[in-house]
Structure formats: structure tokens, C-alpha cells
Ligand binder design. Structure first.
Ligand SMILES: C[S@@+](CC[C@H](N)C(=O)[O-])C[C@H]1O[C@@H](n2cnc3c(N)ncnc32)[C@H](O)[C@@H]1O
Length: 294
């Protein structure tokens, strides 16, 4: 357990999708004056150096944020995403720092909002606490060393009954898929009007393909709208291509991922329909690159 370190993956195509959606959700939810609570069930370290050892070893950001960097004429949600990432690199023209979900969220929160961050990895919780301390945000941000599948329940529903719960586990263990489902099912029972956003990998594993279907069933049973957004950047059968000696990347990497949103803002689908074809064009690695909106 806990071999996953997000620093290897920061800024990859999955982060581009996840963080673009996260920013669109936050921008919409902060339009109303009433306080918002954001619960980040699997927070990571919060900030990542793209010129550091972890990111350089995997080079995943090269196929993600670096491909978008400096691009013009983008869909509005992609412009918003780039603007947020740029704000963390204001000192230098080059892209060196990548904000994770805690810092992206903090960047968009107002004084009246709260942020609850859950993390369990001993190194990442230390890095996250240190990074958050520098913000001097006081009681606005809580860094909580507890299981992100269990701890968030105590904040649902929050006092002002407005919340966004981002569930972004590492799916290191097969049981993570069922735990996501249980967390969302129980949260929906307690607080059916909250906004829930679940990131999931699209890999050749039945649990991964079943998760969005199961989340859709939960939303339908609760009578709540939902939106499933998926981005494929390359062929998922790349491993067998490597085995057969074909000329493809040695490091198979993640071929596709999705974001499942329950109670999405009514504007999200149209915004993502504008952005996803551009993401396919810019981030796609082979002819299998595609998007899906359901
Ligand atoms: C995909 S990363 C999170 C990335 C982050 N949400 C972002 O977008 O920047 C998943 C994180 O979950 C942490 N983690 C794994 N199991 C956990 C658990 N049961 N509770 C809380 N955090 C956990 C891992 O240490 C890792 O940092």
C-alpha cells in the first residue's frame, strides 16, 4: 500500500481533465454568495515541481499540461485552467510548478468558504501540511490525516448545505473502486443536493469500467442528474503492442480516464463539449484518441 506518489503523475492528461472540470465546478459554485465547503478526499501533496526528480523521471507532464502551455484560441474552461496554472508560475515564464487539487481549490475559494483535505501517505501529508502552512489560511483549510473514504462523512452535509466533494483516489488496491461507490452512496443519502466529482482511470480492469455505471445507478436512484466525461489519449492495448515488439512508448502509461459528476452545474456539459475535442487534438497520442460525454 501507498506506493503511489502523485508527484510522478502531476500535470499528466488525467490531471488536465480532472483539474479543468474541478475549476469549472468551482467557478460555478462560487457564483452564489452562500459559503461553500470543498472536501478533497485524496489530496496529495498540493504542489508539485515539474522540474524536480519525480516529474522528470516519469515525464508525464510532457504529454499533458506542457502540450497545452502557450496555446491560444482555447475553449473557455481550458483558458480558465491555464490561467490558474499560470498564476502559480507568475515569477518565471517557464512552467515549473503544478498545482494539485488542494491549491487549485484554495486559489478559487472566497473568505466564507472552507476546504477539508484528507491524505494518508506519510510523505505527502508532510508536504501538504508544509505547503498549506505557507498560505496562512488559518481555519479556512483543514489538513486531516485520516482515511479519505471514511473521514469525509462527518462533513456531509456541511452547515450551509453547499458542498463539492472531489474523490480522487489512487486506485492502488482493487477495493478502492467499491469504497468510492460506498462513500458516494452514503453521502448522497445524507446530502442529495451536494455536488460530487469522482475521477477514475479507464484501464483494462472490470472494476474501472463498472464504476461510472454504478455511479450512474446511484444518481438515478437518488433522482439526481449526472454527467460522465471521458478522455482517451491512446490505445489501451499498448502493453500487448510493447510485448509484440511494435514501435511504441516503452512506458505504457495511462491511456484514458474519466470524471463522473453528480449534480453538475447546468453549464458544464456544453462547456466540456467545447473543450473535449480540443483536448483530443492537443493531447491525443494516436488514432484511438477520443472523448465521450454521457
Ligand atoms: C491521485 S492522488 C491525489 C491527487 C490530487 N487529488 C490532485 O488532483 O492533485 C491520490 C492520493 O490519495 C492518497 N491516498 C491513498 N489512499 C488514501 C486514503 N485511504 N485516504 C486518504 N488518502 C489516500 C495517496 O497518497 C495520493 O496522494
Amino acid at each position: 500500500m501507498f506506493s503511489y506518489r502523485h508527484a510522478f503523475h502531476a500535470g499528466n492528461h488525467a490531471d488536465v481533465l480532472k483539474h479543468t472540470v474541478l475549476i469549472a465546478l468551482l467557478k460555478h459554485l462560487t457564483l452564489k454568495e452562500a459559503p461553500l465547503t470543498v472536501i478533497d478526499t485524496h489530496a496529495g501533496a498540493g504542489l508539485y515541481r515539474l522540474d524536480g526528480d519525480f516529474a522528470q523521471t516519469s515525464a508525464e507532464a510532457a504529454d499533458g499540461i506542457f502540450k497545452l502551455w502557450g496555446k491560444n484560441e482555447l475553449a473557455s474552461v481550458l483558458k480558465d485552467y491555464l490561467e490558474v496554472v499560470q498564476s502559480f508560475n507568475a515569477q518565471s515564464k517557464a512552467l515549473k510548478v503544478y498545482p494539485g487539487s488542494p491549491f487549485i481549490t484554495q486559489h478559487l475559494l472566497r473568505e466564507q468558504d472552507k476546504l477539508k483535505l484528507f491524505e494518508l501517505h506519510p510523505s505527502d501529508i508532510k508536504a501538504l501540511s508544509g505547503n498549506v502552512e505557507q498560505l496562512r489560511a488559518g481555519r479556512q483549510i483543514a489538513v486531516i490525516r485520516e482515511d479519505g473514504f471514511e473521514g469525509p462523512r462527518k462533513f456531509v452535509p456541511p452547515p450551509a448545505r453547499r458542498a463539492l466533494l472531489l474523490c480522487d483516489p489512487s486506485y492502488e488496491i482493487k477495493s478502492d473502486y467499491a469504497k468510492v461507490q460506498t462513500l458516494i452512496a452514503e453521502s448522497l443519502k445524507r446530502f442529495a443536493t451536494g455536488t460530487y466529482a469522482v475521477w477514475y482511470p479507464l484501464i483494462p480492469r472490470p472494476e474501472a469500467h463498472d464504476l461510472p455505471k454504478r455511479l450512474k445507478t446511484l444518481a438515478m436512484r437518488a433522482g439526481k442528474p449526472c454527467l460522465n466525461l471521458a478522455l482517451t489519449v491512446k490505445n489501451s492495448k499498448i502493453i500487448s503492442a510493447v510485448q509484440s515488439g511494435a514501435d511504441v512508448a516503452k512506458r505504457p502509461g495511462l491511456p484514458a480516464s474519466g470524471m463522473f459528476i453528480i449534480n453538475p452545474p447546468h453549464t458544464l456539459k456544453a462547456s466540456m463539449l467545447e473543450a473535449l475535442p480540443q483536448m483530443v487534438d492537443i493531447l491525443g497520442q494516436d488514432k484511438h484518441a477520443a472523448f465521450a460525454v454521457d
